[in-house]
Every structure is written in C-alpha cells, then in structure tokens.
Ligand binder design. Structure first.
Ligand SMILES: Nc1nc(=O)c2c([nH]1)NC[C@@H]1CN(c3ccc(C(=O)N[C@@H](CCC(=O)O)C(=O)O)cc3)CN21
Ligand SMILES: O=c1ccn([C@H]2C[C@H](O)[C@@H](COP(=O)(O)O)O2)c(=O)[nH]1
Length: 283
C-alpha cells in the first residue's frame, strides 16, 4: 500500500508529460517501478485510501485464466472492465477482425491458452506450467505470457501486464509479473490484486506454499484528467493496514478454476477503506 502511494507521489514529483496518441490525452509518466507483495505473509495489497473493487479485479484474472475473448463473458463473472475496450475503441470498431458486439478478439488468455506455433498447432501455456509445478518441476521457463506481437491487430488492446513467470525455490512458489504500461489510478489498483491472487491461487492448486510476488512496471502514468483527484484527494488520505484475502480451500485444480469457481470464493477480511473515488477512464 505504502509502495503504491510512493509510486503515485514519485510520478507527480519526478514525472514527465507525454502526449498519448491512442487516447488523445497527456500522461504524467515515469519509467520503471518495482513493487513486492508478501503473499507468504498474507498481506493482501488492496488499496485502502479509496474503496477498491477487488472482486472485479479477480474476475478479470479468472477470465484471463479461462481464455475469455468477450466482454459479455467478463461481465458474467463479475467485471465490466472490458466493455469500453470491446465496444468504444474506434480502431477496433472498424477492424475486420471484430466479430461483433462485445468481441475483444485475441487478448490475454485467448492467445496464451492456445499460443500459435510457427510450425503449426498451438501450445496451452498455462496447462504446461500447471502440470510442471504440480510435479515439482521448474524448468526456468514457467512463463504465462500474453505477448504475441503478430496477433496485436486481431485484438482490441495489447496486453498491459503481459508476462507472469513462476519459480520454485526451497519449497515455495514465486512470481515475477511484468507490465509494459500502467494506469496508476485505475489499472494498478486492479493489477496489484491480480498479481497477489495469481500467486496465491497457483500455489494452492499446485500444492506449494506461496513466497513473494514481484511486480515490474515499465511505463507508469497518471492521465491528465486524473491528476487533481490523485494529488489533492487520494494522496491526502492516511492508509489503513492491509486486509487479508480468504480463498475457498475447495479450489484444488486448474479445472476447478476453469469451471465452477466464482468471485464468491474470495473474500477480504479486515478491509478498512476511505470513500470511493471515481477516476476518469480513457479508451
Ligand atoms: N485507460 C485504461 N486504464 C486501464 O486501467 C485499463 C484500460 N484502459 N483498458 C483495459 C483494462 C480495463 N481495466 C479497467 C477498466 C475499468 C476500471 C474501473 O472503472 N474501475 C473502477 C470501478 C470498478 C468497478 O466498479 O468494478 C474503480 O474505481 O476502480 C478499472 C480497470 C484496466 N485496463
Ligand atoms: O491491466 C491493465 C490494463 C490496462 N492498463 C492501462 C495502461 C494504459 O493506460 C492503458 C492501455 O493503453 P496502451 O496504449 O495499450 O498502453 O490501459 C493497466 O494499467 N492495467
């Protein structure tokens, strides 16, 4: 939590204004940030200086695990976060690859669960990692990547948090997640939850204790229309202690995650937070 506030503060004090062509807005931008989450200590990195909708963030990650490609599927499991990118992004609306209302195209898990091989066929990256980790194998390449530049024109948005690299060491499971572009007021609020969740749930279904999760961000930014709220509202508030995330212990396999699991299998305990803040969203 403190790390989040320090990053937001650093962007404001040291950031550089950059014009962004895709959104038509300016962003106060900083290159390089490293956040660490103590999954081993159960410290859930949920923002407390405003109300955070962690279930929506978890739903998004469940959709990436399942390989969803439609905003309707994401809505059905509890998040509206893909509505705007699927249905309001001009470049995507005029793409011949868009299959109609709510289609997101080749995004995130849709590509990674069926990653095309240059010599034909495809690989299910998550299944391979899951099978390895369950057998105690870390081949130094347990990487769930969504990054396929050859498919960018077939999806509504390039992946932002695009790589999750798992490692086994001393009986514990670790995660290094990498993000190329980060909307600190809106997206990061979700991404911190997602990195923690992904390590905690993968540890649970592969039978390992979780260690730390390391989150690398390259381009961290605040959009011009979010700056006032961040600077004069959110950063003026005192954070509360981190809550904890309770995960249904009945979730035991990848198949469970792919089939019956819902956001109701996840609850936070001891979550104290300040009033919600509605940050503007840029499509
Ligand atoms: N400009 C931009 N920022 C993002 O963070 C972002 C994108 N685009 N496009 C793809 C996804 C979609 N994400 C989103 C989209 C919306 C919210 C959002 O509106 N959050 C609100 C309310 C959430 C709710 O009620 O469930 C919030 O206050 O956090 C957050 C992340 C993250 N990503
Ligand atoms: O998980 C996510 C997804 C998206 N974002 C933000 C980062 C940027 O503000 C936009 C994506 O725009 P690009 O032009 O493709 O970089 O969405 C995020 O923070 N987290």
């Amino acid at each position: 939590m403190k790390q989040y506030l320090e990053l937001a503060n650093k962007i404001i004090t040291e950031g550089t204004w950059v014009d962004n062509e895709r959104t038509g807005k300016r962003c106060l931008t900083l290159i390089n940030a490293d956040l660490t989450y103590d999954v081993d200590e159960g410290k859930f990195p949920l923002i407390t200086t405003r109300k955070s909708y962690y279930k929506s963030a978890i739903a998004e990650m469940i959709g990436y695990i399942r390989g969803y490609d439609s905003a309707a599927q994401f809505r059905q499991i509890g998040t509206k976060t893909w509505d705007a990118n699927a249905n309001q992004n001009q470049a995507w609306l005029s793409s011949p690859y868009r299959k109609g209302e709510d289609d997101c195209g080749l995004i995130y898990g849709k590509i990674a669960r069926n990653f095309p091989k240059p010599d034909g066929g495809s690989v299910d990256l998550l299944r391979k990692i899951y099978n390895d980790l369950r057998s105690g194998i870390d081949d130094r390449g347990e990487i769930y990547t969504f990054y396929h530049p050859g498919a960018f024109h077939m999806g509504c948005l390039r992946p932002c948090m695009y790589s999750h690299h798992f490692s086994l060491l001393g009986g514990k499971l670790y995660l290094n997640s990498t993000q190329r572009s980060c909307d600190v007021p809106l997206g990061l609020n979700f991404n911190m939850v997602q990195v923690y969740f992904l390590l905690a749930i993968m540890a649970q279904i592969t039978g390992h204790k979780p260690g730390k999760a390391y989150h690398k961000i390259v381009n961290a930014h605040i959009y011009e229309d979010q700056l006032e709220l961040m600077q004069n509202v959110q950063l003026k508030r005192e954070p509360f202690n981190s809550p904890s995330l309770k995960i249904n212990p009945q979730i035991k396999t990848l198949e469970d995650l792919e089939t019956w699991v819902s956001v109701d299998d996840f609850e936070v305990e001891n979550y104290e937070f300040h009033d919600p803040i509605s940050y503007p969203f840029s499509v």
